[in-house]
Design a protein around this ligand. Structure first.
Ligand SMILES: [Zn+2]
Ligand SMILES: [Zn+2]
Length: 120
């Protein structure tokens, strides 16, 4: 794991790097926002960064929902079939894969309401 200063000194050693410490911090903030970074801070030391393992990231944050368009009920869905496809792609060398999936419709109680029947 590296501090922003260490990352910067690594980058600035390569000849044609057009980069300053501010842009390192900015890039880290962006990666952090999309959940691609692991951070660690030891006592008064500067925060250290590393890229999160994609699979680890998936296990921690991965969840899909059913959303009822009538009452906004959210129902977490078990498992994800897309994950298997992503794992296959990762084995072929693809990285940083992301997907979004949302299932919408009517929940069982809304499907029985008179409002629902009047729609169809
Ligand atoms: Zn509903
Ligand atoms: Zn998924």
């Amino acid at each position: 794991m590296l501090t922003p200063e260490e990352i910067f000194s690594k980058i600035s050693k390569s000849k044609d790097a057009d980069c300053d410490l501010v842009s390192v911090y900015r890039a880290l903030a962006v990666y952090d926002e999309i959940g691609m970074l692991k951070k660690s801070k030891f006592q008064s030391e500067a925060t250290r960064y590393a890229f999160a393992e994609t699979s680890e990231h998936a296990n921690e944050f991965h969840e899909h929902y059913f959303k009822c368009i009538q009452c906004d009920e959210l129902q977490p869905l078990q498992g994800c079939i897309i994950e298997a496809i992503e794992k296959k792609l990762e084995r072929s060398g693809y990285r940083g894969l992301q997907h979004h999936l949302e299932i919408t419709g009517y929940c069982p109680s809304c499907a029985q309401s008179p409002e629902f029947e009047s729609l169809f």
